[in-house]
Write a protein that binds this ligand. Structure first.
Ligand SMILES: Nc1ncnc2c1ncn2[C@@H]1O[C@H](COP(=O)(O)OP(=O)(O)OP(=O)(O)O)[C@@H](O)[C@H]1O
Ligand SMILES: [Mg+2]
Length: 261
């Protein structure tokens, strides 16, 4: 569904995407794992066409997003759903209007149909009856579920989640994880999740990509990653403070050293 080729993105001296090659399988859940500053959000922004790469290509259903006109990108982005970090709900709109927002923005669908669609999506995330509440009246977990309902309101082919469970208690995390899986299965939506939560990752992932300061240090099925003998992968998934991956960003020399296989 998405193929990334030789993707490079720099911010000054920082190489946020260092010649990345990877793909995101249709109908599967792929989790992008990595520590803070490893380039997860940068990769996600490039996958959605929100940001242009310095070089390389992102193919979405065979169409190269890099260099695409704004208008074509706009059309393509209607097929994508996005759950932003922190839910990004509009505080001044009630739950109904938050979810209806993309439909009002992008379509001319009549009010009574919008009502049916919004009710259906709220039902899917287990929040039917909250239409008239304001975001400030919801818990963090409920807000993420509203964000999710909004992300699927246009029936996307693919959905991107940036840290969907950060800041949630274990039960709410479990609820969101289950929702991500259920939506992936029932609606057959290709799913990309950015996360640094290992437990959550193994609960939902078919495939996993591990980033480390701009490089992909591992990619494969959840099973392959779990059984990996690579010391960097083992350190990452066990959360060991000691090992080949340094705790802080270090010199490029050191990085080169540990990236030699
Ligand atoms: N717009 C920007 N301008 C300058 N530097 C940036 C910008 N966006 C990201 N960076 C830098 O690129 C690197 C990767 O950042 P990114 O936000 O992709 O990391 P991340 O893996 O999402 O981290 P986190 O888990 O903390 O969200 C970081 O060193 C960051 O400082
Ligand atoms: Mg990020």
């Amino acid at each position: 569904m998405i193929r990334v080729e030789n993707l490079v993105k720099r911010y000054g001296n920082i190489v946020a995407s260092n010649n990345l090659n990877c793909h995101f399988e249709k109908g599967k859940v792929t989790v992008i794992l990595g520590g803070s500053g490893s380039g997860k959000s940068t990769l996600l922004r490039q996958l959605t066409g929100l940001e242009q790469a310095d070089s390389g290509a992102v193919y979405f259903d065979g169409v190269n997003l890099t260099g695409l006109s704004k208008k074509k990108l706009y059309v393509l982005r209607k097929k994508m759903g996005m759950l932003f970090q922190g839910s990004a709900l509009f505080n001044y709109l009630n739950i109904f209007e938050n979810i209806a927002f993309p439909l009002r923005e992008h379509t001319k669908i009549a009010d009574n149909i919008i009502k049916t669609i919004v009710t259906m999506k709220l039902e899917m995330v287990g929040l039917r009856g909250t239409e008239n509440l304001m975001p400030s009246q919801l818990s963090g977990g409920m807000m993420k579920r509203v964000g999710l309902a909004r992300a699927i309101v246009m029936d996307p082919k693919i959905i991107f989640y940036d840290e969907p469970t950060s800041g949630l208690d274990p039960i709410s995390t479990g609820v969101i994880d289950k929702l991500i899986r259920d939506l992936n299965k029932t609606l057959n939506i290709t799913t990309v999740v950015v996360s640094h939560d290992i437990e959550s990752c193994f609960r939902i992932a078919d495939n996993i990509i591990i980033l480390f300061y701009g490089d992909i240090i591992a990619s494969g099925t959840a099973q392959e990653i779990r059984n990996s003998k690579d010391p960097r992968v083992k350190q990452f998934i066990n959360g060991d403070p000691e090992g080949p991956i340094p705790f802080t960003r270090t010199s490029k020399n050191y990085l080169d050293e540990i990236l030699i296989d």
